[in-house]
Design a protein around this ligand. Structure first.
Ligand SMILES: Nc1nc2c(ncn2[C@@H]2O[C@H](COP(=O)(O)OP(=O)(O)OP(=O)(O)O)[C@@H](O)[C@H]2O)c(=O)[nH]1
Ligand SMILES: [Mg+2]
Ligand SMILES: [Zn+2]
Length: 353
């Protein structure tokens, strides 16, 4: 029997198969193989009459997303409200980058249009003209039909900060879902992190079906591990000018004769955020290099130390007590924090424990 995972909670999985919804467990071999089932996984079930159905396998994934944790996604709907919480262009640009880095295409969905003026809408249409863009209000119903139509025959996932109205939107599309929603803190303009789990729901439109996943809101988004020179590749608005700058290693920041600065809107918020993200990408890259260097040094130190342990064992011919081994390990850990240059200069004698 085949099914679709719609919810994962602890060691239980909700699986839809035909018009049945079943609460299943998984066969131990899936976990042993180091696999974690995700919402969106297509699974095979064993369903005996008097026992709980068991997931015995799953299909290879077309794609997967780390956050929200999901598999086999056709589109990621990035939701940001006009107000309450305020539209956060830095966060949405980070999300766009993360989604494109996962080789998925984002759809930008601007919620709570009932709270905004037309000026904001106009500005967003200019800023995000390179992306599919939808404006909607779950309060008034404005824009819902167009958005619902794009969900058909696909698996979509909603992602965005807490309080922007992700669960409210699914409740509008499918009132049977009864998803919990939470008030936005009026003073801080922040949501209450009402949704705690990813869950997938069917949506019906003109005899067609689509699937949409709700997910917990978040306020920060880590950048993917990029190099500075790669960042511009994730900006569709830069695409036709890439490779046309005077310098091959142009980062489109302060360089002269930069095709992107000459042709794209450098007054835009997108470009401003690009510069901020570029700086952050550079910082993260340096941090990764530094931690790699210190990891290498630790490995070297541990390697040398083990060599000496073998030497000592060979010459003295005794088995080290567990206590000495423990002390040795503590020392290795402390060495990792020593000045790397001083570490390099130690003689083999000094390495001995
Ligand atoms: N004015 C207005 N309020 C809305 C709209 N959509 C949702 N809300 C309100 O916004 C608040 C938050 O909605 P939720 O659906 O819980 O938001 P969420 O994105 O699911 O939040 P988390 O689960 O915390 O991530 C609720 O009080 C909703 O009633 C809308 O279109 N207009
Ligand atoms: Mg929610
Ligand atoms: Zn350039």
């Amino acid at each position: 029997m085949e099914g679709l995972v719609t919810k994962v909670e602890a060691n239980f999985y909700s699986v839809v198969s035909g018009d049945q919804v079943m609460l299943c467990t998984q066969r131990a071999n899936i976990k042993k193989a180091g696999e974690t089932l995700r919402v969106g996984d297509r699974v095979t079930l064993e369903n005996s009459e008097d026992e709980r159905p068991v997931i015995v396998g799953f299909e290879p994934r077309r794609n997967e997303l780390q956050r929200p944790a999901m598999a086999n996604i056709d589109q990621v709907l990035l939701v940001m409200s006009c107000l309450q919480p305020d539209f956060n262009s830095n966060l949405i640009d980070r999300l766009i980058l993360s989604v494109r880095w996962e080789k998925l295409e984002p759809v930008i969905c601007v919620s709570k249009t009932d709270l905004a003026d037309e000026e904001l809408e106009e500005w967003l249409r200019e800023e995000y003209c390179e992306f599919p863009l939808y404006f909607f209000s779950s309060a008034t119903g404005e824009g819902l039909e167009a958005l619902e139509a794009t969900l058909m025959k696909k698996v979509s996932v909603l992602a965005g900060p807490s309080g922007v109205g992700k669960s409210s939107l699914i409740n509008r599309f499918n009132p049977d879902c009864h998803l919990s929603t939470g008030e936005v803190n009026q003073k801080l303009g922040t949501g209450k992190h009402t949704t705690r789990h990813v869950s997938l729901h069917p949506v019906y439109y003109k005899d067609q079906t689509g699937w949409i996943a709700d997910s917990p809101g978040f306020s920060a988004c880590e950048l993917p591990p990029l190099e500075a020179s790669e960042l511009a590749n994730y900006y569709p608005e830069f695409a036709r000018w890439l490779g046309k700058c005077e310098y091959n290693d142009c980062l489109h920041r302060e360089e002269e004769n930069c095709a992107i600065k000459e042709n794209c809107d450098t007054e835009s918020e997108r470009y401003y955020n690009y510069l901020r993200l570029l700086q952050e990408v550079e910082e993260r890259f340096r941090e990764r290099q530094d931690s790699r260097k210190s990891e290498d040094l630790t490995k070297k130190a541990v390697g040398k130390n083990l060599q000496n342990q073998v030497l000592k064992l060979g010459t003295v011919g005794r088995v080290r007590s567990r206590r000495t081994q423990k002390q040795a390990l503590e020392q290795i850990n402390n060495w990792a924090e020593l000045d790397p240059d001083a570490l390099e200069e130690l003689t083999p004698e000094e390495w001995r424990i």
